[in-house]
Design a protein around this ligand. Structure first.
Ligand code: HEM
Length: 282
């Protein structure tokens, strides 16, 4: 992908993002009918946007990776596919980097209040992580890029280890009692970061083979290696998508919370009252 195409791609994505944001806000306004956009609504929409711009491009990366491994395509098409894969892959990385901070802000809304010192960790985490992701991406191939990519990887390992520890501690002191589903979301997030690290091992191994494909052309051995890398990464990628789906369901349904119980009660009551015992959702 040349510079011009890259700029056009980013402009396209940015425009899409703005349109989606406007649309989501319009929806929020029409549902709530108070014609006021609260900071909570903005953060909620941002949280949803992170899911959209994580999962969508991730599927794109998956599709392009299959094209890279497809020996029936020309070398040119396959190297172009590798370029697309690399460009699109920036979006899931950005979304991962911001998810904990945005989610952390939302948890305050569902009754899990944070102490001031927790805010010191939650608020800068997203911007710092995002900066690492962007520097690692745009400075790739330079020593700065390599160093920052390593820092990004370490940060991911810190998240993988520290999130389950803090969730276990918070659960043991009863802090998560009002919103146990948030614990599950945090654990799923940590698992997704781990799965991403494991998948990346296989996908990173592809990079050298893709370079060879561009310089010396394909060979049976190279094709086999590329197919092997894509196949090995596949289970991790599917597991990540399953994790995203479960995390979304938990966010919508919020099982174990007072709000969820009230909704269940509403179904039972209207079910009892409705003629013929037919249940309806309120
Ligand atoms: C793993 C990736 C995640 C995905 C795919 C995801 C997805 C979602 C979705 C789809 C919703 C429902 C939004 C709505 O009702 O309009 C939601 C709500 C929510 N999420 Fe996440 N989420 C993720 C991670 C997190 C994390 C790590 C946290 C906490 C740190 C979090 C905290 C919340 C909260 C508190 C809500 C409820 C907001 C409300 O009731 O208004 N999420 N999430």
């Amino acid at each position: 992908m040349n510079n011009k195409q890259r700029k056009a791609f980013f402009a396209f994505v940015f425009t899409g993002l703005l349109l989606w944001f406007g649309y989501a806000q319009a929806l929020t306004l029409s549902i709530e009918s108070d014609y006021v956009i609260t900071s909570y609504e903005v953060v909620l929409v941002l949280h949803e946007l992170l899911l959209v711009f994580w999962l969508g491009p991730d599927i794109g990366v998956f599709i392009w990776s299959n094209k890279v491994a497809n020996a029936e395509l020309s070398d040119e098409v396959r190297t172009t596919a590798a370029g697309m894969m690399h460009t699109i892959d920036l979006f899931p990385r950005i979304c991962i980097s911001l998810m904990l901070t945005v989610g952390g802000i939302l948890t305050e809304v569902v009754g899990l209040e944070h102490a001031w010192w927790q805010w010191i960790a939650i608020l800068p985490l997203g911007p710092v992580w995002l900066t690492l992701v962007l520097i690692a991406y745009f400075k790739e191939g330079t020593s700065v890029g390599e160093t920052v990519a390593k820092l990004d990887k370490w940060l991911r390992w810190i998240v993988v280890i520290s999130v389950p520890i803090s969730v276990t501690y918070a659960t043991s002191i009863g802090r998560m009692d009002s919103a146990p589903w948030v614990s599950a979301k945090l654990l799923i997030f940590a698992a997704i970061v781990l799965l991403g690290l494991l998948a990346r091992r296989h996908l990173d191994a592809m990079q050298d083979d893709i370079k060879k494909l561009g310089s010396t052309g394909s060979s049976d051995a190279l094709n086999e290696k590329l197919i092997g890398s894509v196949k090995s990464a596949r289970p991790y990628i599917f597991a990540i998508w399953a994790g995203l789906a479960i995390a979304s369901w938990l966010g919508i349904e919020q099982p174990g919370s007072a709000q969820s119980e009230m909704r269940s009660a509403a179904v039972t009551v209207t079910g009892d009252l409705a003629e013929g015992g037919k249940q309806s959702w309120k």
